[in-house]
Design a protein around this ligand. Structure first.
Ligand SMILES: Nc1ncnc2c1ncn2[C@@H]1O[C@H](COP(=O)(O)OP(=O)(O)OP(=O)(O)O)[C@@H](O)[C@H]1O
Length: 247
């Protein structure tokens, strides 16, 4: 069993629920989560990361559920999360912050320290290891966030807009990293960037107004593009067609 949401409901305060008895099983492999602004992607990721607790329903990763007190620590160790806004921890260096995140997730201090060097290399931040994390640029901070999720050797990574604010060369670094990661870890990426979908992702999920509008293979998704779509713009064409059709 993969990451599963069973009839989950979540509302911010007294607002209308963003997720209303929402059910979804994330397929194994590499999945991209698309959807318009406000569709509920970050909310879904945050519920999956057990940062937000659904008012009702159940989230499970394999046999672990964060709503079961006994499972919570193991669940959070297994499920890595890059939130939309990564914050620098005051006073910590880049390496200390990556190690600290691992330690918070239950990795021993020594293992977290060792693993942090490797994780920083993977996101190409090793040269900045000794810099204070508050001195990083926004894009570098996002890469540090990914490194933090790698330190505790997650079984599944939920990456919320990992390429937002990255320059084109760093987006390429991220694509390469994803190619390496997908060998051992299940990955879900929320993004607005639709280029190269078929090179990177096995599955596409499109969310709109807290509802799944599409779930299936990447090739099937791309084939929904209008026949006159310019080559290389299939994902954009398919997405626009889907969202307009459902609007
Ligand atoms: N902290 C919050 N308090 C109140 N409402 C919120 C909060 N965070 C999100 N919302 C609302 O919940 C809905 C879903 O937001 P969410 O951030 O999950 O969407 P999203 O698909 O990630 O959007 P984007 O692509 O713009 O990041 C939106 O209507 C948003 O205004």
């Amino acid at each position: 069993m993969s990451l599963t949401f069973e009839r989950c409901s979540y509302a911010y305060g007294r607002s209308a629920p963003v997720l209303n008895r929402f059910s979804l099983e994330i397929p194994s492999g590499c999945t991209v989560l698309l959807g318009p602004n406000g569709a509920g992607k970050s909310t879904l990721m945050s519920v999956g990361a057990s940062w937000l607790k659904p008012a009702s329903g159940k989230v499970t990763w394999r046999s672990l559920s964060p709503s079961t007190r006994r499972d919570l620590v193991a669940y959070r160790k297994a499920v890595g999360w890059l939130p939309q806004n990564v914050t620098a921890m005051p006073g910590l260096t880049v390496r200390e912050q990556a190690a600290y995140v691992g330690w918070l997730k239950g990795v021993s201090r020594r293992d977290a320290w060792d693993a942090s060097a490797q994780a920083l290399s993977r996101v190409r931040l090793r040269d900045l290891s000794e810099r204070k994390s508050h001195q990083l640029s926004g894009g570098q901070l996002r890469r540090l966030g990914i490194a933090g999720a790698l330190v505790h050797r997650s079984e599944i990574l939920l990456l919320d807009e990992p390429t937002a604010g990255l320059d084109p060369s760093q987006r390429q670094v991220f694509r390469e990293l994803l190619g390496e990661l997908r060998e051992g870890v299940q990955v879900v990426v929320s993004t607005h960037q639709t280029e190269d979908l078929s090179d990177i992702y096995d599955h596409v999920i499109v969310l709109e107004s807290g509802t799944v509008r599409y779930q299936g293979g990447t090739e099937g998704f791309l084939s929904m593009a209008p026949s006159d779509t310019v080559p290389g713009r299939q994902a954009e064409g398919a997405y626009t067609r889907l969202i307009q059709r459902e609007a």
